[in-house]
Design a protein around this ligand. Structure first.
Ligand code: NAP
Length: 301
């Protein structure tokens, strides 16, 4: 899949999305070929950079809706479609529903949300808030018990309420439970914390996800912004300039350099940052040697 933009189209998109940082490097990224990933259980293509919505869209007010609208425009305008949210992210589901429904953007998006338990009332609330009859991905949030069942989620999938089901956790202490549920229930997706300075997922979850053919979504790809603070004021090393035009792309391309990662879901309330992050799904990805060098570089900060 390629998305070729003329300079004029790019400028228009950037203006719509509020991306004020236009420069030739950004244009080169925008016209580079797209990196694509497919969902292992179906073979459906999914653009591998999405949007996380924890904390950023959690109050349903005019200012938040304006920001969310601009970020979603930047996502779609630059070839993205995946948005990750949850029933517990304040008003985020509501804000997304209000931003996407009136302009009929829903069919262009891949919406993933999360429930705390297999509870019908919670599901109905999420569908109503997102103003959609069907979810793309329904995840069981914060798995913590190895016996947790996805039976109800599987029924909902069979009934057409959602197209895919998944599980999530970003708590180290819950990883054995996450592994047990992943192995037994074989969901379509597993979502875990994974960033260049938090690589625990590489030990067990990524190999197990590949074994059971689950797609992997990486939460907290910037460690809640920790990585940007670590490189503050530092230039990107020359040896990375062939594949990363910004620090965000450096951090995200490390993750996408592993083909088992289906998509990264950085959170942002800034359309220019959304556009920057989407640059990570264009052009070259780092190879194994470059990924090792990236880890060493970040480890030495
Ligand atoms: N258990 C779970 O399932 C679970 C747990 C935690 C998170 N998650 C998911 O993972 C998503 C990502 O996590 P997160 O949002 O907490 O953390 P994150 O993506 O690691 O970092 C977000 C931070 O990075 C900044 N940022 C984003 N793009 C940037 C760019 N291009 N340049 C500079 N700064 C940039 C954001 O600020 P700006 O707003 O200024 O861009 C924000 O402060 C969540 O939104 C949620 O969807 C899931």
């Amino acid at each position: 899949m390629r998305m070729q933009l003329t300079r004029r189209e790019f400028v228009t998109l950037a203006a719509v999305s509020g991306a004020a940082m236009l420069n030739p490097a950004a244009f080169a990224q925008a016209s580079a070929p797209l990196v694509t990933r497919t969902i292992p259980s179906s073979g459906e293509p999914l653009p591998p950079v999405g949007l996380g919505t924890a904390e950023v869209f959690d109050s349903d007010d005019e200012a938040t809706r304006q920001k969310a609208g601009a970020v979603v425009q930047a996502l779609l305008g630059n070839g993205g479609k995946l948005i990750d949210t949850a029933s517990t992210y304040g008003d985020a589901e509501q804000v997304l529903g209000e931003v996407t429904a009136p302009s009929d953007l829903r069919p262009k998006l891949f919406i993933a949300t999360k429930l705390e338990s297999p509870d019908e009332a919670e599901l109905k609330r999420s569908l109503a808030r997102l103003k959609t009859a069907k979810l793309d991905l329904l995840q069981l949030h914060n798995v913590r018990d190895p016996q947790q069942s996805l039976a109800r989620f599987k029924e909902w999938k069979a009934q057409g309420v959602c197209r895919y089901i998944g599980i999530t956790s970003t708590f180290r202490s819950a990883k054995p439970a996450l592994e047990a549920v992943l192995k037994r229930e074989k969901p379509d997706f597993v979502q875990i914390d994974y960033s260049i300075d938090d690589r625990d997922a590489e030990q067990r979850i990524l190999p197990l996800a590949a074994e059971v053919k689950a797609g992997v979504l990486t939460a907290l790809p910037f460690g809640r912004g920790r990585l940007f603070r670590a490189v503050h004021g530092k230039p990107i090393p020359d040896w990375a300039s062939g594949f990363a035009g910004s620090w965000a792309q450096f951090f995200l391309k490390y993750l996408l350099g592993d083909p088992r990662v289906t998509a990264v879901i950085p959170g942002t309330s800034d359309p220019a940052h959304m556009t920057d992050n989407l640059g990570a799904m264009r052009g070259a990805l780092p190879d194994a040697d470059q990924r090792r060098r990236m880890v060493e570089f970040v480890g030495a900060l």
